[in-house]
Design a binder for this molecule. Structure first.
Ligand SMILES: NC(=O)c1ccc[n+]([C@@H]2O[C@H](COP(=O)([O-])OP(=O)(O)OC[C@H]3O[C@@H](n4cnc5c(N)ncnc54)[C@H](O)[C@@H]3O)[C@@H](O)[C@H]2O)c1
Length: 330
């Protein structure tokens, strides 16, 4: 593809509008159309892209001549909407979670592969400068053999939209919402098969089994054991008495050094990454860092370059399998 990709945006709530604005400002694509069943959401988004056609459904969107669609609808819709686009040879960039379970995600990835169409997912924390710097340090051997990791995402507010609290619409609570990023980072930076997963999930302070209760968890702790001998601890929550807006951390410890990404002063956006050696520390990456839309902009650039199915997306299968295990579905 030599010209700018022609894109449609589906789902223009909180994240969909932010991501659309970033693409509009980048000038990397032509935003031909936007779709949302909510007239208010459409009206709000059309202020940013006044020339884009406004429609209500994915089917109206798919009738247009589009190269790709960007999906940011409630999570339960991601699978059917992604498949509907991919089957028409339209590239897809979908918000996380790509699907609610491994079986949904397998169908989406298989459809993209069969159609040989680019599929991307907004696992945005991978694209922070801090995680990129930690990855470089690990690859350069500065941590040695990694044997432990600690990954945390506590959101002291929790989502303000009701659909997040209905498992049939969201696929789950804080694990599928926030833990998905932590599992993704653990698997990205500890390249070894996971041999065991254990977890405890809570709702309002009471241990639950979400499969049998039909409620979503608001606190979870999980442990992943890797074939290499490494162990990762994962904790995430909504509405925790955290003493600040958010606690976000991804720390990795090896026999030669450690490295950690941490949010600054409870921020959801600002991070620092440091490299540790015994009691000394070195700054790897600071803030500000406009990392939020980077996953999407990377997908747009690859689409513009004519990239077809990219097997890099297969990593979502492993991540989703771990999420299923944390939910004790497998
Ligand atoms: N990558 C990230 O870090 C990140 C951050 C926030 C949200 N998300 C994900 O983005 C998605 C949206 O989250 P949000 O907070 O923006 O939610 P939201 O409720 O603010 O927005 C969802 C939008 O989808 C619209 N919608 C409802 N039914 C639809 C349909 N059939 N087709 C198209 N649109 C429809 C709603 O009207 C709404 O405007 C969720 O899957 C969430 O997990 C990802």
């Amino acid at each position: 593809m030599t010209s700018k990709p022609r894109l449609g945006f589906l789902g223009l709530g909180w994240i969909g509008t932010q991501r659309m604005q970033a693409v509009a400002e980048s000038g990397l694509a032509d935003i031909l159309a936007i779709a949302d069943p909510s007239p208010e959401a459409l009206q709000n988004a059309s202020r940013i892209v006044p020339h884009a056609k406004c429609v209500q459904t994915i089917y109206q969107l798919l009738e247009l001549e589009l190269d790709g669609i960007v999906i940011a609808s409630p999570s339960a819709l991601h699978a059917d909407q992604s498949i509907a686009a991919l089957e028409r040879n339209i590239a897809v960039f979908c918000q996380k979670p790509l699907g609610r379970s491994l079986s949904e995600v397998e169908k989406i990835v298989a459809t993209a592969q069969r159609a040989d169409v680019l599929l991307g997912i907004d696992l945005s924390y991978r694209f922070t400068r801090g995680i990129e710097a930690i990855r470089d340090s690990i690859h350069a051997g500065e941590l040695g053999k990694i044997y432990a990791a600690n990954l945390v995402f506590h959101n002291a507010y929790g989502p303000d939209k009701s659909w997040f609290y209905h498992p049939e619409l969201s696929g789950g609570g804080c694990v599928i919402d926030l833990g998905v990023h932590l599992v993704d980072l653990a698997l990205l930076l500890i390249p070894s098969p996971v041999t065991a997963v254990s977890s405890r999930l809570f709702c309002k302070g009471v241990p639950i089994n979400p499969v049998s209760t039909g409620r979503v968890e608001d606190f979870a702790i999980a442990r992943l054991d890797f074939a290499s001998g490494a162990t990762a601890q994962i904790a995430c929550s909504w509405n925790l008495h955290a003493g600040q807006d958010a606690i976000i951390e991804a720390s990795f410890y090896g026999d030669c050094g450690g490295a950690s990404l941490r949010n600054v002063n409870g921020s959801f956006l600002d991070f620092t990454a440091e490299l540790y050696n015994s009691t000394s520390r070195k700054l790897l990456a600071g803030h500000p860092d406009s990392w939020g839309p980077r996953a999407l902009l990377s997908w747009v650039r690859r689409l513009a370059a004519g990239t077809r199915f990219d097997c890099e997306v297969n990593s979502v299968l492993r991540t989703t399998a771990i999420l299923d295990s944390i939910y004790q579905r497998s």
